[in-house]
Design a protein around this ligand. Sequence first.
Ligand SMILES: [Zn+2]
Length: 450
Amino acid sequence: MDYKKLSVAALIALGSSMVFAQDAEIATWAGFRKAAVSFTFDDGPQSDVDVALPMFEKYGYKATFNIVTNWANGGGNNGMLNWSGVQKLSAAGHEIASHSDSHPNGKPMPSNEISSSKGTISQKIQQKYGVVTLAYPNCDTPGDAQVLQNYVVGRICNGSWKGGSDIMGKDGPSNWAAVSALMTGNQGTSDFKGNMDKAVQQGGWVAFLTHGFQNKTNGFADYSPTDANGMDGALQYAQQKDKDIWVAPMGYVAMYIKERNASKIEPQDGGSANSMAFELKHSIADNISKYDYPLSIKVKTDWSKVEVTQDGAKLESKVDGGYVYFDAVPNAGKIVVTNANAAPEPESSSSSEVESSSSEFLCDALIPGCGDNPWAIAPEIQDNFHFAVYRSSDNYIVVSGAQGHEITVFNSLGHKLRTTRGLGAEQKVYTGAKGVYIVKVGNKTRKVKL
Ligand SMILES: [Zn+2]
């Protein structure tokens, strides 16, 4: 909405819901931190799983593992990971990226391997964001243009080697096919903290490049192994400075930068005295990525307690110092910020009719507070997970607290309508005609009325 074009009367009519574009801001780095730090591991040795995996798990951080597909194909008994080892890294949330098929010695990878290595990894490993990073063997590009037709980012080694800089600015490198990484280990830096501090001071991005760990099983990745204690200390330091340092995989930081620079968050019509609506959008179009990595947002608010949803699904949020903070995905639907202390807004007449006849089976008297929300179905209190099934104001069956569980929706005759998997804290699973539905979450069932 362009407020400059609105009449005074229209502005008055908007009342307390008046929201300006400058009231919403996209963070330079996730969580409004001051710098980004990426850890990348080359070649795919056994020590990635033996050492890096538990170390990163301890701090909850994610890294990028650059895999040589031929070595993974033949892995398992030569000190290199096979695909099930790579899958362990992926299952823990790390980025799996390409480091060519054949890793030739002392020369750039063959250019046909730019896409063939990506194809092989895509077949072997399912990743939410796909294969978006290529790290060049021997730090040398096989052809920037072709790399950027296949990947969000191509990685060289130390940026200064190519006339760039080791600490990249907030917009990344001038050439996305030449992202820098500082070599760690006996041939490179052991000064993790100093380089992370520099990135914080400059508001930029630093990446590290590691080949295996000292005295561990490194297979072909035995060039310049890194002291595991040194890296552990680096992660500990990053965590102590969590307010300032965002640790994330290289490809995801690259996506974040590109999305952030291309996205706008703008107020939308459809707010009310107790809600504000926004749209977060970009128009990046290429064949590589949907660029749907979440961006961190803050919105000015006087409300002390808010609820934030995107496309009807609840987002985690935090109110602090006059702003509400949350992460949202570009091009993924309307964002609504609601005053959670306000009385609920009246529902439409058709739903209130349903509401009056609903409480007999929708609300379980055993559940404290259930009467406050007539749509709440008994949250599961016997089991080791707590879930609830209810109807949203826009007539969806919503399941909350079912992460990782199978969710199946049946009609009243017991016909299966949809099976999905619990993903978010709260998700819409079905909408349809008025009637009673049965929702199975794990091995528990609940009834809900639309
Ligand atoms: Zn390598």
